[in-house]
Design a protein. Structure first.
Length: 140
């Protein structure tokens, strides 16, 4: 049975449509030939995610998303930490709705758990194309 859980750390942010988001992320995994096993999405503050970045990855900078991948074979499993502060700032600078940027970041983290990377120009282009495709499948 697939499971997406949502949590908040150092932010009051919460989703109003967790069930639809969970179904959408499950669909993303299925279309990629995987099964969503257990994914935790943790909404947090910039400072909280900076601390995670420093302690676990030894990176000293703010970021919008960090994923910890616990996937095995076809089962997608992991933690997706998302800075709500960074998502809001990105949306403002891009001139888009905050919820659309949040959905992009959620699918971006899910794609990382599936096995996609964005370290090279070509892999980043592929990931962006996948994000755009899966964003177009939203029905909520």
């Amino acid at each position: 049975m697939s499971s997406v859980s949502f949590h908040s750390e150092q932010t009051n942010f919460s989703l109003s449509n967790e069930y639809q988001i969970s179904n959408w992320l499950t669909q993303v995994c299925q279309k990629e030939g995987k099964r969503l096993a257990e994914v935790a999405v943790i909404f947090c503050s910039d400072d909280y995610l900076l601390d995670v970045n420093q302690r676990h990855l030894e990176h000293d900078y703010y970021t919008d998303v960090i994923t910890f991948d616990y996937s095995e074979e076809l089962d997608v499993s992991g933690d997706i930490f998302i800075s709500i502060d960074r998502v809001e700032e990105n949306a403002l600078s891009l001139g888009i709705q905050m919820i659309d940027e949040l959905h992009r970041i959620m699918v971006h983290g899910t794609l990382h758990l599936i096995g996609y990377t964005d370290k090279t120009t070509s892999s980043k282009e592929q990931m962006t194309a996948k994000e755009d495709f899966y964003l177009s499948l939203r029905s909520f």
